[in-house]
Design a binder for this molecule. Structure first.
Ligand code: BMX
Length: 283
């Protein structure tokens, strides 16, 4: 069964036709961050206007928390300013004329990595490290959602010895801010390129980021005891990032040491995961 899968993120909006783990067709545009949910769905609809009749299920993987009733809210409005309790599935169903299933983007990606990617068949925790930091947990073959759709939102914890919200101390926005504080107006990809070119200031930022992620992974191991922690997102997928995290895991007894892997499905994990969830009867 082919599924229309939409991914609404803080930077990009993606529409894909997905069959199993196969992305048959995909289109992307930048998210108009100043617009709101209705305009984002209009944009998604325009992206896939030519696909009518080619799909029979609808899934949405979105930044922010989605509860069991399909109500959608931002946790960090800096990522995307979603009005509280936006009726996402209702809005999507009215537009596309199909029952819809919506989940947080990182939760959907966790499911995809567990089904088809680096965590295949295993208890998996997934982390996406990009503009912010998101996550998802698959335990005993089930994707955890939680009461309000919060399960796996590790970026919203005050973990790893930092103060405040963890994603504000580790991910893309933090890297850019830290570089700016040193007089360099650069974004995360340029900072990582500078690190690869051997510039010490950039290597230090990258190492600091990896060290903090390593401490988070150790905490996750103690909390959920997964078989694997899969790391993705723009920063997570960058060259040798997972190896650097691994090298900075805190000293701990073997039992507490997580097994880490680079995400297998790249930037399409969210659409692959939500398509699989939307197809299955287990909602
Ligand atoms: C934020 C939060 C998460 C999301 C994560 C990564 C919002 C709007 N988003 O922590 O729900 O999973 O960012 O989002 O509160 P991305 O858009 O960077 O993939």
């Amino acid at each position: 069964m082919t599924c229309l899968a939409l991914d609404i993120g803080g930077t990009k909006l993606m529409a894909a036709l997905v069959d199993g783990a196969q992305v048959i067709d995909v289109r992307r545009i930048a998210t108009d961050r100043a617009a709101g949910p209705a305009a984002w769905l209009d944009a998604a609809q325009a992206l896939c206007a030519g696909w009518k009749g080619r799909y029979s299920a609808l899934g949405l993987a979105v930044t922010g928390a989605v509860d069991a009733r399909g109500l959608w809210s931002a946790l960090n409005p800096e990522t995307l300013n979603i009005p509280p309790r936006t009726p996402l599935t209702e809005l999507a169903e009215a537009r596309f004329g199909l029952p819809a299933l919506a989940r947080n983007d990182a939760q959907a990606a966790a499911w995809a990595e567990h089904r088809f990617g680096a965590g295949q068949g295993r208890d998996t925790v997934f982390l996406t490290i990009s503009t912010g930091l998101g996550g998802g947990i698959v335990s005993g073959g089930r994707l955890l959602s939680g009461r309000c759709g919060l399960a796996g939102h590790f970026g919203q914890t005050g973990g790893a010895g930092t103060s405040g919200r963890f994603e504000d101390e580790v991910a893309g926005r933090w890297l850019a801010r830290a570089a700016r504080a040193q007089g360099r107006a650069l974004e995360a990809p340029e900072i990582f390129a500078a690190a690869r070119a051997g510039e010490t200031w950039a290597e230090d930022l990258r190492t600091c980021c990896a060290e903090r992620v390593a401490r988070l992974c150790a905490d996750i191991q103690a909390m959920f005891d997964p078989e694997i922690i899969v790391i993705g997102g723009g920063i997570g997928l960058s060259e040798n990032f997972v190896e650097t995290v691994d090298a900075h895991l805190p000293e701990a007894p073997d039992l507490l040491r997580p097994a880490l892997a680079r995400a297998g499905l790249g930037a399409e994990a969210g659409v692959i995961g939500i398509a699989d969830l939307a197809r299955s009867a287990d909602r």
